[in-house]
Design a protein around this ligand. Structure first.
Ligand code: MG
Length: 460
């Protein structure tokens, strides 16, 4: 552990040297964040799925660190992505409103330019930056990746079901053809979605090749396994899990391609790669939705299955191989970690909710975070402190969740009961009071930003 800590410090402190290796190390690390869409806690081989085969992600975990308690900033796409890229609870930036909603094609809104993204902060430190995949933080020009610190963008700017040919809710006429964009231009309408994962992967590999002299920040928010599901010919029909498995197995291949490219260019030891998901599985899609494993419920909820996701960090030489950590962590922590590794100053004119995970990378037993906030829209629905989780509000039953009458607030011990099955507030009244006080202190100091989503009423 000591040796890896020194290596990490070298990255942060190293001075110029005539030695080639030391010169390489004096550069801040490249950072790659790969984000699956609606992938559940139980959907990868390394997290226990019995029939989805994910050898590349399993290998990434075997060579790196697997987080068992890693959370998103929200349980749906738009606010979750804003949390990851800005290090801030979506309620602060106005990327959540009073319902649980995402940006739809008619929306004029998006991530305000006053927010600072990882890309903006790293670009100032000399990083090349690219976003390749699903953006979902606003698709008018001022909200696109190219206006938010990314040198380049390639992808479908919102969800792949927001298309006249795909959307099942009878509002197809409201949607324009699904765009595939390069930078701020639409280059195709209604692209063949079977080819999307492959095309994102080719773009990501090319970006790494072109910027191998680095440093670079590459953000790959995949379109899948959000529905509708599509896999390319090479994967369709292969997985014992069916089409959902085909799609996840192609994402796994994509991760393998990115890691292979980093190895081929001798960048493995100078690049931090993090793989995670934007929210839990979409259980109401039945066979086309994923699995939260033993966690309760899924996407759209503040049960663990909605916001606890798989997360693997890989950085050979710094992160020891085969580590598993119970440290609490969130996607917002990736903002603070990335800025710290790049030597960028954290913004001091706003509240940042992220915490630097560097000490966890070199010591899996380190604890940097004690609390998790579970917002749904602009309201705090649940709060975790240590192993304890309190719900102020819970959702009605979704698929796989029996409709249990719950007296609120409800208390669960997540180490004893990760599935949130046994409510224990009567046994631990002091714990409940402690959590209520801590949660209320947080809410009392929080200033919600005005909603930036600007969603037409018809989407209600
Ligand atoms: Mg999602």
């Amino acid at each position: 552990m000591q040796f890896r800590l020194i290596l990490l410090l070298l990255f942060l402190l190293a001075e110029c040297s005539s030695n080639k290796e030391a010169a390489t190390r004096s550069r801040p690390p490249n950072i790659v964040i790969i984000l699956a869409d609606d992938l559940g806690y139980g959907d990868l081989g390394t997290y226990g799925h019995p029939t989805i085969r994910t050898p590349h992600l399993d290998g990434m975990a075997a060579e790196g660190m697997k987080f068992m308690q890693f959370y998103t900033g929200a349980s749906v796409c738009t606010p979750s992505r804003s949390a990851l890229l800005t290090g801030r609870l979506p309620v602060r930036s106005g990327m959540a409103d009073n319902a649980i909603r995402v940006i739809f094609p008619p929306s004029e809104g998006g991530l305000p330019s006053s927010e600072i993204t990882i890309a903006e902060a790293l670009k100032k430190e000399g990083y090349a930056t690219a976003a390749i995949g699903k953006w979902h933080l606003g698709h008018r020009e001022e909200h696109l990746p190219t206006s938010q610190g990314f040198d380049q963008y390639f992808g479908i700017p919102y969800s792949n079901d927001m298309s006249p040919s795909m959307t099942p809710q009878g509002r197809a006429r409201e949607y324009p053809p699904l765009p595939l964009m390069r930078d701020a231009e639409t280059i195709e309408e209604e692209p063949d979605q079977r080819q999307i994962t492959r095309r994102y992967t080719e773009e990501a590999v090319r970006f790494i090749e072109e910027n191998r002299d680095g440093p670079f920040f590459l953000y790959v928010p995949h379109t899948f396994p959000h529905i509708p599901l599509f896999a390319s010919e090479a994967f369709e029909g292969n997985s014992p899990r069916g089409l959902y498995g085909d799609v996840v197995e192609e994402l796994d291949w994509s991760v393998g391609q990115i890691l292979k490219t980093l190895r081929d260019y001798d960048l493995a030891e100078t690049t931090l790669v993090v793989f995670t998901s934007d929210n839990g599985p979409w259980l109401t899609e039945h066979l086309e939705g994923g699995s939260a494993g033993l966690l309760r419920n899924g996407k759209g909820t503040t049960w663990e299955g909605g916001m606890r996701v798989p997360a693997i960090a890989w950085w050979p030489g710094v992160i020891a191989a085969g580590e598993t950590t119970d440290a609490l962590a969130t996607t917002m922590d990736l903002f603070t970690t990335a800025l710290s590794l790049a030597g960028a100053e954290l913004p001091n004119d706003r509240v940042i909710d992220g915490i630097n995970l560097s000490s966890v990378f070199v010591d899996a037993t380190a604890n940097v975070r004690d609390v998790v906030h579970y917002y749904r829209g602009t309201r705090l629905w649940a709060f975790r402190k240590g192993p304890w989780k309190m719900h102020y509000v819970t959702q009605s039953a979704y698929v796989g969740d029996s409709p249990v009458e719950q007296t609120l607030p409800a208390l669960f011990h997540l180490d004893h009961d990760p599935s949130e099955r046994f409510e224990v507030s009567a046994e631990y009244p002091d714990v409940l009071v402690d959590l209520q006080r801590a949660a209320e202190a947080h809410v009392a100091t929080l200033k919600p930003g005005p909603s930036q989503l600007k969603i037409p009423a018809w989407t209600e």
